[in-house]
Design a protein around this ligand. Sequence first.
Ligand code: TRP
Ligand code: SF4
Length: 327
Amino acid sequence: MKKKRVLSGMRPTGKTHLGHLHGILENWRDLQDEYECFYFAADWHALTSEYKNTALIKESLTEMIIDWMSVGIDPQRSTLFVQSWIKEHAELHLLLSMITPLGWLERNPTFKEQQEELAEKEVNTYGFFGYPVLQAADILMYKGNYVPVGKDQLPHLEITREIARRFNYLYQEVFPEPEALLTEVPNLVGTDGRKMSKSYHNAIYLSDSDVELAAKIEQMVTDPQRAYRKDPGDPDVCNLFPYHRIHTEAAVVANIDTQCRCAGIGCRECKQILIKRVQEFLAPIQEKRQYYLTHRSEVEEIIQAGTGRARKVSQHTMAEVRDAMRI
Ligand code: TRP
Ligand code: SF4
């Protein structure tokens, strides 16, 4: 039986952090067992918010794909590629833009939110407004059945489905309607308690050295009610505890849970346990990263090969699209 197809993209706008890893990439990795997977660097999408700082996109792009491979996304099994290297994405974006009513884009909640959030970046542009149309082109191009995304991306996926329906209705049945595969995102906050994000300078990166990592975890905000070592704590409100749940053995986590509540363990000791666990977790990832960072031409070849495979699919789809539209 033919495997169903999964497709997802990530914008190259900085270094990979633990939020990306546990929230998205581990899911991408596990999906490889069951599906034919296409994963790509959405550098044109990065441009919608970073058009003034294109150097960042260039710097992040290869490293981001290296990070994917370092956490087990396997270029032998999955097709890894770069959006902007496949010009068919631009063509499909343009064609789909012709049939996308403005209202669908105006209603898009992420458009409004992001405009406020990124006010200083001036995202009041045509390109940014059309972000979901470009995303629809990415997805429909590969006739993806499933799209693993976080909750924040659901409105974009809904627009993709609407565009697919409209295309199929106006011309010919070309596109399957993709479904979201909602990623269970663990509640990992940054070191200051806010959402982990490079713009808040609170992220733990895959590339952090042991020393950097220890420093970051040591300054993490724990239970704010716990002022002194002798005060009992509450793991349920502690920013550190969700990390323990991911990185520490269940028996130890259970022990921390009870000991914290009766002041049997202090935050400093608790942090030292976590530092060790995360260091052990990152060590093999960093080893693979180091390998790829020093074997750049091998990485280039991998990305070229993946992009070549993706291009074949995209050319095939575009032939169908032009045929359906008689253009
Ligand atoms: N918008 C997605 C994000 O910011 C990135 C993206 C671009 C994407 N094209 C896609 C995700 C296609 C899934 C499918 O995370
Ligand atoms: Fe958090 Fe650990 Fe301190 Fe409890 S002991 S408040 S779980 S850091």
